[in-house]
Design a binder for this molecule. Sequence first.
Ligand code: NHR
Length: 201
Amino acid sequence: MVALVRDMVGNHPARPVLVLSNEPNADGLKRAREMDVETAVVDHRPFRDDRAAFGCALNERLEAVRPDIICLAGFMRILAPGFTGRWSGRILNIHPSLLPKYPGLDTHARAIAAGDDEAGCTVHEVTDKLDSGPVLGQARVPINFGDTVDVLAARVLTAEHQLYPAVLRRFADGDRSPVYLPEGIAPKAGAAPGTGAGTMN
Ligand code: NHR
């Protein structure tokens, strides 16, 4: 979130209008206030298992600022169809794996356990199908012998801070073709079905 807000200056096509969190104590709220961005909280806990009602409460806050684009950044609550439908084609997420590999949680542990020699992150459109919307960009990092989950997570996070701002700039300019980092390195064959356009960057 901080990397996205910091990038939205000068000739950037977008500006931040709201940082919205479901965690009242999220550090990102403090960071947003320090950057003079409006903040709001909708705690998911009072809604218990009623994801639709939680989505309505999120919606209420968003309708007040009517964003063109919503970027999930560390947002950990599955969004109900009523919410994703309302903002269809406008919600982005960054996921810490090279989707379609490792949707869901504990991605780094799973990549290390599988003996993979690379990991990375994916920015994708958020749809009803969890972690499966159209890919907008991917960044790859190596997995080195002896890497722990924490070491790998830190390496991937550095890539996330490069990839997400790059994708948001393009997306806000109307460019939904996927981008691959490091620049010009296309995904391995079969790594991301339907995104064989790595040479079109
Ligand atoms: N919502 C929809 N509809 N579609 C997606 O693709 C979404 C989404 C909400 C969040 C982020 C995703 C990730 O990058 C994301 C993508 C949390 C869970 C999860 O299981 C799954 C995927 C993602 C984030 N959440 C549990 C839940 O019951 C709670 C887990 C927890 O609190 O630790 O919502 O990884």
